[in-house]
Design a protein around this ligand. Structure first.
Ligand code: ADP
Ligand code: TRP
Length: 328
């Protein structure tokens, strides 16, 4: 039987934090290893240039994310790993999607509203970001998209685009569904009402942080009033965030984790969380250090993965252009 297709991407725009990991990358690895899916994971470099960036640093960020993928456990023998800009079908299909997507749909996007409020100049790419994301997904006849919950609105728009395209030109695309983890929104260490985000580095625990940095940051993380340790994101958002992180990295259900900490102090919880994180990322840190000195190998991995992805993407693009009446 043909396996269902699974697609996801991450932007090369800085170091990965544990939100990216627990909301997305860790799940990519588990889904890949489940053997149930035909997986495509890519580096969304075209999306990353919609925000201010330094062209001199972009190559390094791309290769570093490739190293992150491998160090976390993605395997080019099991998944197709590629670079978005090396598969031109993505931008070509995105253009077609731009012509069927109402401005109003794009104006509603929360990420666009947040990012455009902060940007000095709002570029058109930031606005049409979700149509490129829809193309990324739909080129592969994708059934499932593992992401953090901040991306669900974009995924919903991709489903709207499927209906609009199929309705107007004939059925070709299928509506993908999202796959969330138990920690789809890891919160900031400084403000538990906001998500952990690369745009606020002080809110983040990075995968590359040394055990000392992890201990130091977790020690300073905000907690809540009272002293009881229980999972209650409404009343105890800071403590619940730490419990969620602990449960995810130890792989233990929240029930057991709550039992472990019953009657303990916040500082004990922080110590255990920091220790678990430092241990969990030990192998990752070692592997990544080894990979970072092999930039030629990382490049060739992306080139060959992109060739594989292109074969699938071009077929879909050709079929879509035919439906629209563009291809002879
Ligand atoms: P950021 O928002 O930090 O710039 P990206 O946009 O590159 O990160 O996101 C990469 C993946 O990580 C996406 O699937 C996104 O939903 C997920 N993600 C980002 N931040 C978090 C978070 N705080 N908690 C859970 N998942 C997250
Ligand atoms: N927009 C996603 C993010 O910021 C990255 C992304 C681009 C993506 N294209 C995608 C995720 C397609 C899933 C599927 O995290």
């Amino acid at each position: 039987m043909k396996r269902q297709v699974l697609v996801s991407g991450i932007q090369p725009s800085g170091k990965l934090h544990i939100g990216n990991y627990l909301g997305a990358l860790k799940n990519f690895v588990e889904l890949q290893n489940s053997g149930k899916y035909d997986c495509f994971f890519f580096i969304a470099d075209l999306h990353s240039i919609t925000e201010s960036f330094d062209p001199k640093k972009k190559q390094k960020q791309i290769l570093e994310l490739a190293a992150d993928f491998l160090a976390a456990g993605l395997n080019p023998k099991k998944s197709t790993l590629f670079l978005q800009s090396l598969v031109p079908a993505h931008t070509e299909l995105a253009w077609i999607f731009n012509t069927i997507t109402p401005m109003g749909e794009l104006e509603r996007m929360t990420q666009y509203k947040d990012k455009s409020a902060k940007a000095e100049i709002v570029n058109a790419g930031l606005f049409t970001y979700p149509t490129l994301m829809a193309a990324d997904i739909l080129l592969y006849n994708t059934a499932a998209v593992p992401v953090g919950d901040d991306q669900l609105q974009h995924l919903e728009l991709a489903r709207t685009i499927v209906r609009k395209f199929n309705g107007r030109f004939g059925r070709i695309f299928t509506e993908p569904k999202g796959i969330l983890t138990h920690t789809p929104r890891v919160m900031s260490l400084r403000d538990s009402s906001r998500k952990m985000s690369k745009s606020d580095p002080a809110s983040c625990l990075f995968l590359d942080d040394s055990p000392e940095e992890i201990h130091d940051k977790v020690k300073r993380a905000v907690t809540d009033s009272g002293s009881e340790i229980k999972y209650d994101p409404k009343e105890k958002p800071g403590v619940s965030n730490l419990l969620g992180i602990y449960s995810a990295v130890t792989g233990r259900p929240m029930r057991d984790v709550e039992k472990e900490f019953a009657g303990n102090t916040y500082s004990h919880l922080k110590e255990r969380v920091a220790f678990a994180l430092a241990e969990h990322f030990r192998e990752y840190r070692n592997k990544k250090a080894g990979l970072m000195v092999k930039s030629a190998a990382l490049k060739s991995l992306l080139v060959s993965g992109s060739k594989k992805a292109s074969k699938v993407a071009e077929k879909t693009l050709f079929a879509a252009k035919k439906k629209v009446g563009l291809s002879p």
